[in-house]
Design a protein around this ligand. Structure first.
Ligand code: NAD
Length: 265
C-alpha cells in the first residue's frame, strides 16, 4: 500500500467509476488522506464492498449511478452536498472500452459510439455542469479527469474510445480556462496500461496466460512493466492537492514512459 503525504481532512470528493480499478485506488487514497468520498458507480456489489471494507481516517460512501445519464450525475452531486455540506474535488474517472467496440468506424454501431462518448466524455460535462456551482460556493476546488494515452496517440480500431479521451483532454483545457478565475483547477492524468479489470476483460485467461499478457504489455513500456492503480491515484491526489496549486489545464502522462517513445524506438 502506498503511503500518502496529502491531507484532505474534511474535504468532500466525488469519484466516478470508483468501485474498481483506478477509481477504487483513488477513493482509498483520498479516504486515507482524511476526505469524505462519494464513490459513484454502476457496480453495486463492488461499491458496497469497498465502502464496507473501508477503515480509513476519512469516509467512503457508495452511491449507485450511471454517469452517462444526466439525472444520475445531478443526484450524485446532490447526495454529496446533502451529506457533507459542499463539494471540493470531482474525479471524473469512469470509463469503458468494451471488447465489442474494437472495430473500424464503418462497422462500429452508432449506439456503441454514443454509449462510449456518453460515459467517457459527456459525463465530465455533466458532473461539471452540476458540480461547479458547489465548487464555486466553496471558493474553489479541483476537477481531475482520467484520460488515456489513447487520447494522445492512435491505436487501431478504437475510434470512439480515442475520440472520447482526446475530447476529455481538450475539455480539461477548456474548463481550466473558463474557471481559473473561480480558483477551480482542472487537470487530467493519461495512464498507460494499468493492472485493472479493464485491459483483461476482453477474454477469459488462465493465471499463467494472464501473467504472460501482463509481461507482454509491460515490455512495450520503457519501465518494462504495466502500472498499478495506486500509481495513478497518487498522481491524482497530488494534482488535487495544494502541492499542485499552480497547475491547471494540463494532462499528465502516468504511463511508464510510453508516450516518450518515438515510433523508431
Ligand atoms: N486500465 C488501463 O489500462 C487504463 C489505461 C488508460 C486509461 N484508463 C482509464 O482509467 C479509467 C478507469 O479504468 P479502469 O482500468 O480502472 O477500469 P475498470 O473497468 O477496472 O473500472 C471502471 C469502473 O467504472 C465503472 N463504470 C463503468 N461505466 C460506468 C458508468 N456508466 N457510470 C458509473 N460507473 C461506471 C465500472 O463499474 C468500474 O467500477 C477509465 O476512464 C479508463 O478509460 C485505464
Amino acid at each position: 500500500m502506498h503511503s500518502t503525504n496529502f491531507d484532505f481532512s474534511g474535504s468532500v470528493v466525488i469519484v466516478t467509476g470508483g468501485a474498481n480499478g483506478i477509481g477504487r485506488a483513488i477513493c482509498q487514497g483520498f479516504a486515507r488522506a482524511g476526505a469524505n468520498v462519494l464513490c459513484v458507480d454502476v457496480n453495486m456489489a463492488a461499491g458496497t464492498e469497498l465502502a464496507a471494507a473501508d477503515n480509513s481516517p476519512g469516509t467512503i460512501v457508495f452511491h449507485t449511478g450511471d454517469v452517462g445519464k444526466s439525472s444520475d450525475c445531478r443526484a450524485a452531486v446532490e447526495d454529496a452536498v446533502a451529506r457533507w455540506g459542499g463539494l471540493d474535488v470531482i474525479c471524473n474517472n469512469a470509463g469503458i472500452q468494451p471488447k465489442e467496440s474494437y472495430l473500424p468506424a464503418h462497422e462500429l454501431p452508432e449506439e456503441m459510439w454514443d454509449r462510449i462518448l456518453d460515459v467517457n466524455l459527456k459525463s465530465t460535462y455533466l458532473m461539471s455542469h452540476y458540480g461547479i456551482p458547489h465548487l464555486k460556493a466553496r471558493g474553489g476546488g479541483a476537477i481531475i479527469n482520467t484520460a488515456s494515452v489513447q487520447g494522445m496517440a492512435s491505436a487501431h480500431k478504437v475510434s470512439a474510445y480515442a475520440a472520447s479521451k482526446g475530447g476529455l483532454i481538450s475539455l480539461t483545457r477548456q474548463l481550466a480556462l473558463d474557471y481559473g478565475e473561480d480558483k477551480i483547477r482542472v487537470l487530467g492524468v493519461a495512464p498507460g496500461t494499468i493492472d485493472t479489470g479493464m485491459p483483461h476483460a476482453y477474454e477469459p485467461l488462465s493465471a499463467e496466460e494472464h501473467a504472460k499478457r501482463r509481461a507482454e504489455w509491460g515490455a512495450v513500456h520503457p519501465l518494462h512493466r504495466i502500472g498499478q492503480p495506486e500509481e495513478i491515484a497518487q498522481v491524482v491526489l497530488f494534482l488535487a492537492s495544494d502541492s499542485a496549486s499552480f497547475m491547471t489545464g494540463e494532462t499528465v502522462c502516468v504511463d511508464g514512459g510510453l508516450m516518450a517513445k518515438g515510433a523508431w524506438a
